[in-house]
Design a protein around this ligand. Sequence first.
Ligand SMILES: [Ca+2]
Length: 220
Amino acid sequence: MKMLAMTLTVILYTMLLLPGAGAGVILFSDNFDTENGGVARGRYTNFAKWDVTIGDVDLIGNGVADFYPGHGLYVDLAGSGRGQISTKNALTLEPGTYGLRFLLGNNPGGVGFLGNGITFTLGDWFQESLPVPGITPMVLISRTFILTEQKTGRITFRNHNNHGSGAIIDDVELELLSSPIAVPEPVATPILLVAVVVCSLRQRFLSRRTLLAGTAANAR
Ligand SMILES: [Ca+2]
């Protein structure tokens, strides 16, 4: 009886806590490599997946202002001045754990040492700012966040500095890492009832056994 109760409890907790189907799904990605036919262009606005929402930005790389060879095209977040890009489509995200990743570099300008700062946001629930050194390798920025309710919003990158040589971003990805499994009420309720009944029967069985043992001892 005890073993049965323990087994039911383990099954119930496993169903409630295991990541659900849909985990590990890439919801958004962009490496910018096919923009403008693969050719760099200053003050570029015709992104497939992004709108330029403040100022202007440059599409560089592939041999033009190619600070990070081998990464194809990427975005310099300052064109003639500071710029900002936001995804064209708002993303609707269900409760779950998400990963936001991108590569971050910098255009140090003609003088070779201009630094920058960026702010990246996701909807109105995630925001972070980072300094970007003048000369830096391309580094992976990876953040994880948890949503407990449905949210809708855009991914946005904004350059802080206004000197025309901006921070660089590439390989933007948003991934659903895990989602809580939804146990439908018609399924969950019987499981809970069975667990309660089993525990109750077990308690009655133990009480009766104790009573019988006491009676036998008195009879002796
Ligand atoms: Ca790229």
